[in-house]
Design a binder for this molecule. Structure first.
Ligand code: NAD
Length: 319
C-alpha cells in the first residue's frame, strides 16, 4: 500500500486536476454509477471534538474508500488545523487497502472545486462582481477557484470579524482585482455570483436585493442546524446540489424543505446539468442556487488523482 502524507499534497494537486476530478464525479453520481453511503458524524465526548466518516464507491472509476476526520476546536491553540481529515482508498476488487492520503488540503480544494464547477455551469457568462460571505480557512480557496471561472472585475466580501477580510483582499489583488468590504445587504444587491462559506446557524444572505440572474453557491452548511441563506431566497431560486439526500437533510436546503417552501423534487443534481440531461440556467433572469453539501465521492476522486500523481512522480511512500 501507499502513503501520501499531507505535506506532499500541495505539490501534487493542481486546481485544474481537482476541478476535472470533481466535475467527472458529479456526472457519475447523477447517472447512478457512483454512490455515497450514509454519513456517520458523532460527538466524540473527548476534546470537544466531532468525528465521523464519509464513504462511497464509484463503479466507473473504481474509487472505493472513506474520509475520516472531523473538527477539534482546541487545535488552533496548538498550532494545528481544527478540521482534520484522512482518506483511505481500497482496491475495489479485493478490499485491500490501496493508500492512505492526507486530506486536509484535499478537502479545501475539492470544496472550492465543487462551487467552481457550479459557477462554470450555472453562472451567467457576463457576471462581473463576485461576492463572498466568510473569511475563514476555506474562503481563500473558494475565492481563487471562483475567480478562475468568469472574467470578474471586482470582489466584494463580508465577514462577521471584518479584520479577517484582508485575507480576501490579498487574493483579489493576486488576480489584479479591487476588493471592497460590504454589508450582507449590499453584497446581495451588487454581486452577480455569490459564494457563502460560513459556519452560521441563521440566515446571513437576505432575499431582498438579490437580482434576477444571480448565481449563488452555498458551501458552508454541511450539518443539521447550520444556515447561511434566507429560506425565501431559496424558494425563489432554481435549485441544484451535489446529492439531494444530503441537501434536504444536512445542506442549505434543509430549512426551505423543513418550512414546506420547497420539496426535494425541486432540486436537481448538478451532474445532470454537466451531462446535458438538464438545461440548468435556461433563462438569463433565473436565480440559480447550488447547495454544496460535500460528498465522499468528491474526496475519493481527488485522492485517486493525487495518488496517481504521487506514484508517477515517486512521491508515494510504499509500505
Ligand atoms: P472557519 O472556522 O475557518 O471559518 C468560519 C467562518 O464562518 C468565518 O468566516 C466566521 O466568521 C464565520 N462564522 C462563524 N460563525 C458565524 C455566525 N454565527 N454568523 C456568521 N458568520 C459566522 O471554517 P472553514 O474551515 O472556513 O469552514 C467554513 C464552513 O464550511 C464550515 O461550516 C464548514 O463546516 C464548511 N465546510 C463545508 C464543506 C462542504 O463540502 N460543503 C467542506 C469543508 C467545510
Amino acid at each position: 500500500m501507499y502513503i501520501v502524507p499531507e505535506s506532499a499534497i500541495a505539490g501534487l494537486l493542481t486546481r485544474e486536476a481537482c476541478f476535472s476530478a470533481v466535475e467527472a464525479v458529479f456526472v457519475s453520481m447523477a447517472e447512478g454509477r457512483a454512490r455515497n453511503f450514509p454519513v456517520i458524524r458523532e460527538q466524540l465526548g473527548h476534546a470537544d471534538a466531532i468525528y465521523g466518516f464519509k464513504s462511497g464507491f464509484d463503479r466507473q472509476s473504481g474509487a472505493l474508500g472513506l474520509k475520516s476526520g472531523g473538527f477539534w476546536p482546541g487545535n488552533a491553540a496548538r498550532g494545528l488545523t481544527n478540521h482534520q481529515s484522512t482518506i483511505v482508498l481500497f482496491e475495489a476488487d479485493t478490499g485491500q487497502v490501496k493508500a492512505v492520503v492526507g486530506a486536509n488540503l484535499i478537502t479545501a480544494l475539492r470544496t472550492a472545486a465543487a462551487s467552481a464547477v457550479s459557477i462554470r455551469h450555472l453562472a451567467r457568462e457576463d457576471a462581473q462582481v463576485l461576492g463572498i460571505l466568510g473569511a475563514g480557512h476555506q474562503a481563500t480557496f473558494q475565492l481563487r477557484a471562483a475567480l478562475e471561472q468568469r472574467p470578474f472585475r471586482k470582489v466584494i466580501g463580508w465577514n462577521r470579524d471584518a479584520s479577517k477580510l484582508t485575507r480576501l483582499a490579498a487574493v483579489a489583488e493576486e488576480f489584479g482585482l479591487p476588493f471592497e468590504p460590504v454589508s450582507p445587504e449590499r453584497l446581495a444587491a451588487e454581486a452577480d455570483v455569490i459564494v457563502t462559506i460560513l459556519s452560521a446557524t441563521a440566515p446571513i444572505l437576505p432575499r431582498a436585493g438579490v437580482r434576477p440572474g444571480t448565481h449563488i453557491a452555498c458551501m458552508g452548511t454541511d450539518t443539521r442546524g447550520k444556515q447561511e441563506v434566507s429560506t425565501e431566497l431559496v424558494a425563489a431560486g432554481k435549485l441544484f446540489t451535489d446529492e439531494i439526500a444530503q441537501s434536504e437533510s444536512i445542506g442549505e436546503f434543509q430549512h426551505a424543505v423543513g418550512a414546506g417552501l420547497i420539496v426535494p423534487a425541486d432540486i436537481t443534481p448538478l451532474g445532470c446539468v454537466i451531462s446535458g440531461a438538464h438545461p440548468g440556467r435556461d433563462n438569463a433572469e433565473d436565480i440559480t442556487i447550488y447547495d454544496g453539501t460535500g460528498v465522499a465521492l468528491q474526496d475519493l476522486a481527488v485522492a485517486d488523482a493525487v495518488l496517481s500523481a504521487a506514484v508517477a512522480s515517486g512521491q508515494a511512500l510504499s509500505v
